[in-house]
Design a protein around this ligand. Structure first.
Ligand code: CA
Length: 234
């Protein structure tokens, strides 16, 4: 069972989360500030991270965690329902976010989903678990269920970017950066219409267009099925 580190300076929140996660079978460690979090020895599979901590911002820890050789998954606890925080969190490499106030049960569900997703992402790196969709940069050929997809350059690059980290959410800004480069003025709507075209081609080739999931208010990800839409909340 996975080891989870809760970084949260409000004891009541930390304790109720720790209780719920332990009841679910996880090993739980807690830290009330950045310094405590960094001092935790041993391997941690997932960090539940508050953003406002007494000795700094959770974003700083997130950035440092990402540079580790085997970075843990991260779920951000945000006290404000601000899209800026969510997007910044995901761009810094967080796997999911939960807005306060939340129920411990909601956090446990997110923890389970993120751990399942990251385990699966590791599994797809091995040839044992092929994805239904492929995009080969050398030949610029893409397929769905073995059927060729005739894609434009942009559609191919979008698909290839999503495929680079199955299950991970890419913000529209990240997609623009990877597909067009950051000096292009591309609107969110432009991205959305290319994704729509890509989905149509996948469906026309007999594939499941739902494999490209919308994460509402954030961006897109390559779904691996079985999670029922995850972060978009229906
Ligand atoms: Ca706090």
């Amino acid at each position: 069972m996975a080891t989870i580190l809760i970084v949260e300076d409000e004891p009541a929140i930390a304790e109720s989360l720790a209780y719920s996660l332990r009841r679910d079978g996880y090993t739980v460690l807690t830290a009330g500030c950045l310094a405590d979090a960094e001092a935790q020895p041993g391997a941690i599979d997932l960090v539940v991270l508050d953003l406002m901590l007494p000795d700094g911002s959770g974003f700083d820890l997130l950035a440092r965690l990402r540079r580790r050789q085997a970075p843990p998954a991260v779920i951000i606890l945000s006290s404000r329902d601000q899209e800026a925080d969510r997007v910044a969190g995901l761009e810094t490499g967080a796997d999911d976010y939960v807005t306060k106030p939340f129920s411990p049960r909601e956090v446990v569900a997110r923890v389970r989903a993120v751990l399942r997703r990251t385990a699966r992402t590791q599994a797809v790196a091995a040839p044992a678990l092929p994805l239904p969709v492929t995009a080969d940069v050398e030949t610029r050929r893409a397929t769905i269920d073995g059927q060729p997809l005739e894609l434009t350059r942009v559609e191919f690059d979008l698909l290839h970017t999503l495929l680079s980290a199955p299950g991970r959410v890419f913000t529209r800004a990240q997609l623009i950066d990877r597909v067009w480069g950051d000096n292009f003025a591309i609107t969110d709507r432009t991205i959305d219409s290319h994704v729509k075209a890509l989905r149509r081609k996948v469906a026309d080739a007999g594939g499941d267009a739902g494999i490209i999931e919308t994460v509402r208010g954030v961006g897109y990800r390559l779904g691996l099925g079985g999670e029922g839409g995850g972060a978009d909340g229906g």
